[in-house]
Write a protein that binds this ligand. Structure first.
Ligand SMILES: NC(=O)c1ccc[n+]([C@@H]2O[C@H](COP(=O)([O-])OP(=O)(O)OC[C@H]3O[C@@H](n4cnc5c(N)ncnc54)[C@H](O)[C@@H]3O)[C@@H](O)[C@H]2O)c1
Length: 267
């Protein structure tokens, strides 16, 4: 399967132009999974990429992947639940590349699954912190610096931001929050020509699921059959949607949550 990004990369090699040339893209949670594939896709299409994440070794790997395919990238160690870190992340983008055009607030974690009645206040704080507060803090510090007229934000929500799922109540609540935050933010900044959207993946084969379930095969067996397309998604398929939402091709789309879920929520 050739992804949209790979085919655009090939086209750009032939024409010598890229759709994100001279722009700067910031991706949180860029050290693995969907965030890493998104960072690489932006880099292949000409953006200077700021990779934000908690793990320096993995973040540096993403930077190397971008540099190896001819792009420019920098890593900034960031915990998105800490406002000082988030401010420093955005400052790093400006001090390194001088501007910010595209932000992808993707850092997230399934939190602490299990029956709602057994969850603790710490479970709530943890799950809301990374999945919801982190997105708010990121937008808070990105918006004042985002390039007007053409600036974009894409927040990674989830199909669980649209439907319930038993024993994932805190994550479901956080991701519904991300969809709401996205809509409200889009309205606040529309008059600046800044677009804000969310991408809502179904189950995807990434470390978030692999580590919990014991590998790719287990991820497919657990979630594949419940998706009408009969399989889980790839991180490249979600990266394609994020790149599209960040591009001129989606210039009249704002305040939306794009479901990339193999038909899961169409049922
Ligand atoms: N994999 C799926 O099935 C799936 C489905 C729907 C939504 N999502 C969402 O996609 C996003 C990316 O997840 P993924 O599947 O690529 O998993 P992943 O675990 O590979 O990536 C998540 C990244 O977020 C980072 N992160 C976690 N907490 C952080 C914090 N406090 N500060 C900074 N970074 C932090 C992790 O280090 C990791 O790099 C998440 O928001 C997740 O909720 C994933």
């Amino acid at each position: 399967m050739v992804s949209q990004n790979e085919s655009q990369h090939r086209d750009s090699e032939m024409t010598g132009t890229n759709q994100f040339d001279n722009t700067v893209a910031l991706i949180t949670g860029g050290s693995s999974g969907i965030g890493r594939k998104t960072a690489v896709a932006f880099g292949q299409q000409g953006a200077n990429v700021v990779v934000a994440g908690r793990t320096t070794t993995e973040g540096d790997k993403t930077v190397r992947l971008i540099e190896d395919s001819g792009g420019s990238a920098t890593f900034v160690k960031t915990d998105v639940t800490r406002e000082d870190d988030v401010k420093q992340m955005v400052d790093h983008a400006i001090s390194t590349y001088g501007r910010l055009d595209h932000a992808v607030n993707n850092a997230g974690n399934v939190g602490v699954p299990g029956p709602l009645a057994e969850r603790t206040e710490d479970d709530w704080e943890y799950t809301m912190g990374v999945n919801l507060k982190g997105v708010w803090l990121s937008m808070k510090h990105e918006i004042p610096l985002l390039h007007e007229s053409g600036g974009t934000i894409v927040n990674t929500a989830s199909d669980f931001g649209h439907v319930g799922f038993e024993e994932f109540s805190l994550y479901v609540a956080a991701k519904h929050g991300v969809v709401g935050l996205t809509r409200a933010a889009a309205l606040e900044v529309a008059d600046q020509g800044i677009r804000v959207n969310a991408v809502s993946p179904g189950a995807v084969d990434t470390p978030m699921n692999r580590d919990r379930l014991g590998g790719s095969k287990a991820v497919q067996e657990t979630f594949g059959p419940s998706h009408p397309l009969g399989r889980v998604g790839t991180p490249e398929e979600v990266a394609d949607a994020i790149v599209w939402l960040s591009s001129e091709q989606s210039s009249f789309v704002t305040g939306q949550s794009l479901l990339v879920d193999g038909g899961y929520t169409a049922q």
